[in-house]
Write a protein that binds this ligand. Structure first.
Ligand SMILES: *Cc1c(COP(=O)(O)O)cnc(C)c1O
Length: 393
């Protein structure tokens, strides 16, 4: 009896929420993955900025193995050592310091849901407006959808929670909007899902000033940009500001589902006992794993590697002098290749055929977000494979 092809089994078993998968992956090591036929791919997407240390990193494997054999889950009626250690570490690396507080959750969307509830608690003087940006992405759950500036994702599911307004990503729009009726401003420091779009120069600094002046919570969504991806622990480090809250997920767990909301200063006083929670959140298995991931990033200074390799990648990409390539956006190892024509899907497919995983974020943008551990070998390999893909267009 012949087994049905995996494509058919996927289509017959999985909800129709995703497009047909590009390949069936069975194994990974470092910056490479293999499909069921044994074909090797250079992974320059890293599970969308998740696999910070690449695949099957020995220190992550050891941490997971040790913790699952020790104690993997307890309810939130109890504390565990890895949970407290990770919360303390996040307070330190975010710069939230003594007044910082950490809420753990299981995904990016959940981190933003927690931040949304935090925003509702900033209602002294009956502030009721929440501001975010057109074309921003904050996740797929209802609150996160309300925050996202992507109407086509939202329309089928309305009504979503109210009170969210979307503005243009200009300092002018910011100045015209932020006042004492606003509870919170949500921003992605670089709009990842939109195709890796940078904010204007000086934007975060001005947002910080206006939010401070008017008592507005500045909430940064660093789910994609955070955890050293931009070349610093957080993208706000480049602007030399601190937010009132930051949401974190993707790269923190190196592949295990974990997210966090970290609050700073007075924002840490807003949540009260019993106002939020989650069964799995911050369990010892995922927090021990995240401790291992963050420990390696810090010890090996992978933020510096992200800066160096990001710069080298930019040079490689512009060095192709391809008529298809207009610009390179983004920071560190979160880069967007802006294309002159809407050929991103074709280019993504051509890259895959050359054994390279990149992401067509939209019709005119290729997003690349390799593991933070990339080195000379992987960059040379990228140059070969992406160069061939470009030439085949
Ligand atoms: C991926 C992402 C989210 C959503 O995270 P999930 O873990 O998919 O729920 C939210 N905000 C940003 C900026 C993201 O990149």
């Amino acid at each position: 009896m012949t087994q049905h092809p995996w494509q058919d089994r996927f289509a017959d078993a999985m909800m129709k929420t995703f497009s047909p998968p590009l390949a069936m992956l069975v194994r990974g090591e470092g910056c490479y993955v293999w499909d069921e036929k044994g074909t090797q791919y250079l992974d320059f997407l890293a599970g969308i900025a998740v696999n910070s240390l690449g695949h099957a990193h020995p220190e992550v494997v050891a941490a997971v193995t040790k913790q699952i054999g020790t104690i993997s889950h307890v309810s939130n009626y109890f504390a565990t050592p890895p949970q407290i250690e990770l919360a303390e570490r996040l307070k330190r690396i975010t710069g939230a310091g003594d007044e910082g507080r950490v809420y753990f959750c299981n995904s990016g969307a959940e981190a933003n849901e927690a931040a949304f509830k935090l925003a509702r608690l900033n209602n002294k003087g009956h502030r009721n407006r929440i501001i975010s940006l057109h074309d921003s992405f904050h996740g797929r759950t209802m609150g996160a959808l309300a925050l996202s500036g992507k109407p086509h994702m939202r329309e089928a599911f309305e009504p979503v929670p109210g009170g969210v307004e979307h503005i243009d990503s200009t300092i002018k729009a910011l100045e015209a909007t932020i006042d004492t009726t606003v509870a919170a401003l949500f921003l992605e420091p670089v709009k990842g899902e939109a195709g890796v779009i940078d904010l204007p120069d000086g934007y975060l600094k001005r947002a910080r000033e206006l939010c401070t002046e008017h008592g507005v919570l500045l909430i940064l969504d660093e789910i994609q940009t955070g955890i050293a991806r931009s070349g610093a622990w957080f993208a706000y480090n480049h602007a030399d500001i601190l937010p009132d809250a930051v949401t974190i997920a993707k790269g923190m767990g190196g592949g295990v589902p974990i997210g966090a909301l970290v609050t700073f200063g007075w924002a840490s006083e807003l949540f009260r006992r019993g106002q939020h929670g989650s069964t799995f959140a911050g369990n010892p298995l995922v927090t021990a794993t995240a401790n291992a991931v963050l420990g390696v990033i810090e010890r090996d200074d992978l933020a510096a590697n992200a800066t160096l390799r990001g710069q080298q990648l930019r040079e490689i990409i512009l060095g192709f002098k391809s008529p298809w390539i207009e610009e390179v956006r983004g920071r560190g190892l979160l880069l967007g290749i802006g294309l002159t024509e809407p050929v991103a899907l074709k280019l993504g497919a051509a890259a895959l055929a050359e054994g390279l995983i990149v992401n067509a974020a939209n019709e005119t943008s290729i997003r690349i977000a390799p593991p933070l551990i990339v080195g000379d070998t992987e960059l040379a390999d990228f140059q070969d494979r992406f160069g061939r893909a470009l030439a085949s267009l």
